[in-house]
Design a protein around this ligand. Structure first.
Ligand SMILES: Cc1cc2nc3c(=O)[nH]c(=O)nc-3n(C[C@H](O)[C@H](O)[C@H](O)COP(=O)(O)OP(=O)(O)OC[C@H]3O[C@@H](n4cnc5c(N)ncnc54)[C@H](O)[C@@H]3O)c2cc1C
Length: 395
């Protein structure tokens, strides 16, 4: 892999730039063609495979790009808010500086972010109540307590905790931010499935402060998005995550859990484009019986020779937890040989733990198999990064 190849790759990425009238500011309403749970019964997780139609949108993407979704809030949660505050669901409220108006219930469902608190929201909310607790919480000297309060709490908690409120529904919604879109790594190749975009979405569900909480977008996709429904989307190009220009270049992909999404796109693209480049996927999750996402497809790709190697790590199948980085170490000699052979190395998925562990393990492997000092191994990886041969899409 030479410098010129890198330049070409970048150029190509630019040339493939999307020209469409639909964008983040003018999202396309994509129809749901298919939605299925990739986890089997008994799993602790729910990972949705969602296929959307891009027909007549003029939108296009390349492997590595993301899809942005503008979600809606849970209508049950909105109804609880309206009911507890004794608001009039049909009251017209101003939603932005342009003075656009929506009925309250619709504004809370489609326009505002109501599941996340910020310092600004609490500070301004304190002016709409005489509750002493919130007055104390927003004092500059109590910033640590304020931060702790905001963690895992939402608008309903705030309104329940610090009443009685003297502010009107309009005054309360004026505190809120516009709902930001959520990004998802595209799990399909446009070449393989024209007019379609596929996603792999893990439903976020957890308990905090005695109440079940649901991720806005992921749970909407899991619970309230059916075949035939539409959802506002846009393409978000990712200039930092892309296949090598040459289909003869080897690729190593580390994508546990939903991190597998862009690699399904990579593999689909390679299946169509051919080439001699070998590919190696490291996948992991909790249990092989229930959480082996896209198992059948991956097996088929392996049989067909599109996917050369598949290394899996199911952390809860054995007493000792096994993760993708352990599988990398087990295969360290071969992995280093692939790197020496010019392979691109990709990581996608959890930023907090997985990506760090994989990064450190990669340095361990280069150090050990390359017979290098720690510094030289780190330099080797930095060089790979400069050549765009070490790419990460982590969140
Ligand atoms: C570039 C990029 C690519 C991505 N690709 C994918 C993908 O392919 N598949 C995918 O599933 N996701 C992907 N994501 C993540 C995705 O964008 C969303 O962040 C995710 O789906 C959660 O959104 P939500 O609206 O469901 O949850 P939100 O309503 O945004 O809630 C999530 C928030 O809840 C809180 N939270 C979550 N769990 C807990 C807990 N256990 N305890 C306390 N608080 C908690 C955290 O503050 C977290 O930020 C990607 C993100 C980025 C930036």
């Amino acid at each position: 892999m030479q410098f010129n190849d890198v330049k070409n790759t970048e150029q190509n990425k630019e040339e493939k730039a999307v020209s469409a009238t639909y964008s983040r500011t003018n999202p396309f309403l994509a129809e749901v063609l298919e939605t299925l749970n990739l986890n089997r019964p008994g799993s602790n997780k729910e990972t949705r495979h969602i296929e959307l139609s891009l027909k007549d949108s003029n939108l296009s993407y390349v492997p590595g790009d993301c899809l942005g979704i503008f979600p809606e809030n849970d209508p049950e949660y909105v109804a609880t808010l309206v009911e507890e505050m004794k608001w009039d669901a049909h009251e017209s409220v101003t939603i932005n500086k342009k003075d656009d108006k929506l009925p309250l219930q619709e504004a809370l469902t489609t326009y505002f972010e109501i599941t996340l608190l910020t310092k600004k929201i609490l500070q301004q909310a304190a002016q709409l109540t005489e509750n002493e607790e919130i007055q104390n919480l927003v004092l500059p000297e109590n910033k640590d307590q304020l931060k702790e309060y905001m963690e895992g709490r939402d608008l309903l908690d705030l309104l329940r905790d610090f009443g009685p409120w003297k502010g009107s529904a309009q005054e309360i919604v004026s505190l809120l931010r516009k709902m930001p879109p959520r990004l998802y790594s595209i799990a399909s190749s446009l070449t393989a499935t024209p007019d379609e975009v596929h996603l792999t979405i893990g439903a976020v569900r957890y308990e905090a402060h005695g109440r079940e909480r649901k991720g806005v977008c992921s749970v909407q996709c899991a619970e309230r998005l059916d075949q035939g429904d539409t959802i506002p989307v846009f393409i978000q190009q990712n200039k930092h995550f892309f296949l090598p220009d040459s289909t003869d270049t080897k690729i190593i992909m580390v994508g546990p859990g939903t991190g597998i999404a862009p690699f399904r796109s990579f593999i689909q693209e390679r299946a169509v484009n051919g080439g001699t480049g070998e590919s190696w996927l490291f996948f992991g999750d909790q249990y092989s019986a229930t959480d082996f996402l896209y198992e059948d497809e991956l097996e088929k790709y392996q049989k067909d020779g599109v996917l050369t190697k598949l290394s899996t790590a199911f952390s809860r199948d054995s007493e000792k937890k096994v993760y993708v980085q352990h599988k990398m170490l087990e295969n360290s000699k071969e992995l280093f040989a692939w790197l020496e052979d010019g392979a691109y190395f990709y990581v996608c998925g959890d930023k907090q733990y997985m990506a760090k562990d994989v990064h450190n393990t990669l340095i361990d492997i280069i150090e050990k198999e390359g017979g290098m000092s720690r510094e030289a191994a780190e330099e080797y990886l930095t060089e790979m990064q400069k050549q765009k041969r070490y790419q990460r899409d982590v969140y």
